[in-house]
Design a protein around this ligand. Structure first.
Ligand SMILES: Nc1ncnc2c1ncn2[C@@H]1O[C@H](COP(=O)(O)OP(=O)(O)OP(=O)(O)O)[C@@H](O)[C@H]1O
Ligand SMILES: [Mg+2]
Length: 296
């Protein structure tokens, strides 16, 4: 069990990352944060995936269409939740590029009493770091996290494909990385690229950040498909990643696909759901929380 966090404080940072798209990062990141709220933790979500950021072309450069920036998948869901909960979204709330500007004092936006969001903005898609500026940006981001750790117990980071730097920042800042992975050879190969790219940037920039331990969470498994079951078995028993695969998994469930502002373990009436999707998701979340030292 890891009791020490990178910020040196109580807050644990869990990033959801894998370079291949569509593996379940956003969906499981949301559930991971919802679980923290469920068990009484203070949770801040950081959306570092600009792929759905809404921007328009203006004199050849991309600009945000709204002052408070763009709506990504995770950001959009949590902003919807804020609306449902009757929380106003301040125009001066923090957006993801806050992370890299030392002077930027904006604050996370609350969508419920214990849950807050740093939403994505389209500037993130065009971050122009290089190996020389990266250490400085990383130091700024670290200081921002030290401050967040005074107010929150858990930070959930959602990452996306595309610009590698936000992903590497996420990996450098987090205490644990969860890589949801479907039973697809390309996705599994993407785990190699993820690690190789992080190591490359670390070496080129001369930075000495610790890599967070990686936990692979098999996702979207269809029990009726023998290839899925064979791939799962190979991933756990014989693959190069076998020691990183979590002993929990998620099956392909319509209820997970359809869940949005409400986690699968809550019914529309707010009661606890006893569906298979709910049971599996709770088990995975409980495992992850225990692993990162946030379990009871
Ligand atoms: N266990 C599951 N069962 C059924 N559907 C799932 C499951 N996990 C994820 N999904 C669905 O799969 C799709 C991709 O998931 P998600 O958007 O979370 O992936 P992602 O890794 O964040 O993708 P991207 O890299 O594009 O950001 C979504 O429609 C999501 O609802
Ligand atoms: Mg996503």
């Amino acid at each position: 069990m890891h009791t020490q966090s990178k910020t040196g404080k109580k807050m644990k940072v869990i990033a959801f990352a894998i370079q291949k798209g569509g593996q379940g990062k956003t969906k499981i990141a949301l559930h991971g944060g919802f679980w923290g709220l469920e068990v009484g933790k203070r949770v801040v979500f950081l959306d570092l995936d600009p792929q759905n950021a809404r921007a328009k072309l203006n004199n050849e450069s991309l600009v945000d269409t709204q002052q408070t920036a763009a709506i990504g998948n995770l950001s959009g869901t949590l902003l919807d939740l804020a609306k449902l909960n009757g929380y106003e979204i301040p125009a001066d709330g923090a957006t993801a590029s806050w992370l890299f500007e030392a002077e930027d004092q904006r604050k996370p936006v609350f969508f419920e009493e214990n849950g807050a969001l740093i939403q994505v903005d389209s500037q993130l898609a065009s971050l122009n770091f290089d190996v020389n500026t990266f250490p400085e940006k990383m130091a700024i981001a670290r200081a921002k996290f030290d401050a967040l750790a005074n107010d929150f117990d858990v930070c959930i980071i959602d990452t996306g494909p595309g610009n590698l730097y936000p992903l590497i920042v996420a990996l450098g800042l987090s205490d644990h990385v969860i890589a949801p992975c479907t039973m697809d050879d390309n996705a599994i190969a993407g785990l190699d690229s993820l690690t190789a790219n992080v190591l490359e940037v670390r070496k080129a920039s001369g930075m000495n950040f610790d890599l967070a331990p990686l936990g692979i969470l098999p996702n979207k498994i269809n029990r009726a498909r023998s290839r899925h079951m064979q791939s799962l078995n190979a991933l756990r028993k014989t693959s190069a990643w076998k020691n990183h695969v979590l002993p929990v998994e998620l099956f392909d469930r319509g209820a997970i696909e359809e869940s949005s502002t409400r986690p699968v373990w809550r019914t529309q009436r707010g009661e606890t759901s006893s569906s298979a999707a709910a049971t599996e998701m709770v088990k995975a979340c409980m495992y992850i929380y225990k692993m990162v030292g946030l379990g009871d």
